[in-house]
Design a protein around this ligand. Structure first.
Ligand SMILES: [Zn+2]
Ligand SMILES: [Zn+2]
Ligand SMILES: [Zn+2]
Length: 468
């Protein structure tokens, strides 16, 4: 086809509005911002106001409000962390009653710092700091529910059973078909009869505090929705109500807590909630759907405990508290007081058996009065990934020394990369001359800029962690 003239018309690119102002297409906005970041990495940490001013300065004919810029960046998952929602200030906790501290460990509760554990004497690397023989609340994995029902897993700890030999050992329930894996589990399982087959008849007046028929319905509902946290909080509440001393309920109440619906806002501000959630899994809903689900679960929850109903707000707190405090599903009384550091000085080890306790060791030498810390996230992960994971799941922006150093190193690398690659001018010329189609947009599911891609990969983890 010789001499064919092709006229390029950008239909979607921009609409001419009044005078010389144009309303830029969202692609153009994103490209503009990324271009800015590439040329000067420092601008990546600007707040939305300053970023908007810069974008406007470079594109004086753009009709673009700060609000639209924010919305567009959010929808491409590019929102600066300074603009993202954190909820650390919403987390409250109370002094823990009846807390027996291990030798040489001090517990401190301050209004500002919250709870923390401190060494009262120096420790050597590898020293055992303390042991918790069993969790305060042991929560078996919900996904084994059907195996338990078919007598193939222990009804207390959900460990798979190899043979039906349990029946001979007297480890089977004489009312239902459930079995235990060991004498220990059978002894620990103080709730079995209460939850699975107490004789309370619904509708009749009774002093029974737990309605087993409602429990079984709720458990099935949680199983079908793969909703571990909902299952866990009902089990925890049942343990608390059957504790005659009342201490268990006070201790549960003293754990750090935050409403689940507040935590959800942080997930949303990661750009993975709402309509933008495409490839990142089906566990997230738009806010309205999510709330409907919470309300539904809440109503079913109260059916189990007719004499001890809780409010919706309390239910939200139960879920939030469980989600920020559980380790591998269970809740430990002392361990839960450990604060986070990306370079922790303690190591928490689990026993072989699911319902076993934990042992906490010194990861390195620890000085007297040093705070003991654990890492809530994988310390080997990239700093941006850690920061995002901590912000979404625990509501705070980590400012530990490792984060500061890693960020510095990252910024250094970025600025030297941008200098090495080409002069700013050359980059600008290249970008200016390029047609829109030639840009590689760092779309969350496409091949984009390296550091941004990581945060996208992380989203799958958020879903697994936050809504489990
Ligand atoms: Zn067991
Ligand atoms: Zn039974
Ligand atoms: Zn950190």
């Amino acid at each position: 086809m010789p001499n064919t003239h092709i006229e390029i018309i950008n239909i979607n690119d921009c609409k001419i509005s009044t005078e010389d102002q144009v309303i830029p297409h969202e692609r153009r906005i994103v490209e503009g911002v990324i271009q800015l970041w590439k040329e000067d990495p420092i601008t990546e940490s600007l707040g939305i106001g300053k970023l908007h001013a810069l974008v406007k300065k470079r594109n004086p004919n753009w009709s673009l409000s700060e609000k639209r810029l924010k919305t567009v960046l959010k929808s491409y998952n590019l929102l600066n962390s300074a603009e993202q929602f954190a909820y650390a200030s919403e987390i409250t906790s109370k002094d823990t009653p009846n807390l027996v501290m291990p030798k040489n460990i001090r517990y401190q509760f301050t209004k500002n710092r919250g709870k923390g554990l401190y060494a009262t004497k120096p420790f050597k690397e590898g020293d055992l700091l303390w042991e918790e023989e069993s969790p305060l609340f042991f929560i078996p994995p919900l996904d084994h529910m059907n195996l338990i029902k078919s007598s193939n897993a222990c009804t207390y700890c959900a460990t798979l059973l190899k043979t039906a030999s349990q029946l001979k050992k007297g480890l089977d329930c004489n009312v239902c078909s459930d079995v235990w894996c060991s004498i220990r589990c059978k002894k620990k399982d103080t709730l079995h009869g209460t939850l699975k087959h107490n004789v309370y008849q619904e509708g009749k007046k009774s002093k029974k505090r737990i309605v087993s028929a409602a429990w079984l319905r709720y458990e099935k509902y949680c199983y079908e929705n793969k909703w571990n946290a909902a299952h866990a909080v009902a089990l925890i509440y049942a343990y608390c109500l059957t504790d005659k001393t009342g201490v268990l309920l006070q201790q549960f109440d003293a754990f750090a807590k935050v409403r689940q619906d507040i935590r959800y806002k942080a997930i949303d501000s990661s750009g993975i909630g709402g309509s933008f959630d495409t490839n990142s899994g089906g566990a997230l809903f738009v806010k309205e759907q999510q709330e409907a689900l919470w309300r539904e679960a809440y109503a079913k929850f109260n059916e189990i405990f007719p004499l001890d109903e809780i409010t919706y707000e309390q239910y939200m707190e139960f879920l939030g508290s469980y989600n920020i405090n559980n380790v591998d599903g269970s809740m430990f009384l002392i361990q839960a007081h450990l604060n986070h550091n990306c370079d922790p000085n303690v190591r928490v080890l689990f026993g072989e058996h699911k319902a076993d306790g934990i042992k906490v060791y010194a990861k390195r030498d620890i000085k007297a009065n040093e705070e003991l810390t654990t890492s809530y996230v994988n310390p080997a992960h990239d700093v941006n990934q850690r920061l995002r994971e901590l912000r979404v799941n625990w509501g705070f922006k980590c400012n530990c020394n490792k984060c500061k150093e890693d960020k510095k190193a990252l910024e250094k690398r970025k600025s030297s990369e941008s200098k090495d690659a080409s002069h700013k001018k050359a980059v600008k010329e290249m970008l200016d001359s390029a047609k829109d189609e030639e840009f590689d947009l760092p779309l969350p599911n496409g091949d984009g800029e390296r550091t941004r891609r990581k945060s996208v990969r992380f989203e799958e983890t958020v879903i697994a962690v936050a809504e489990d």
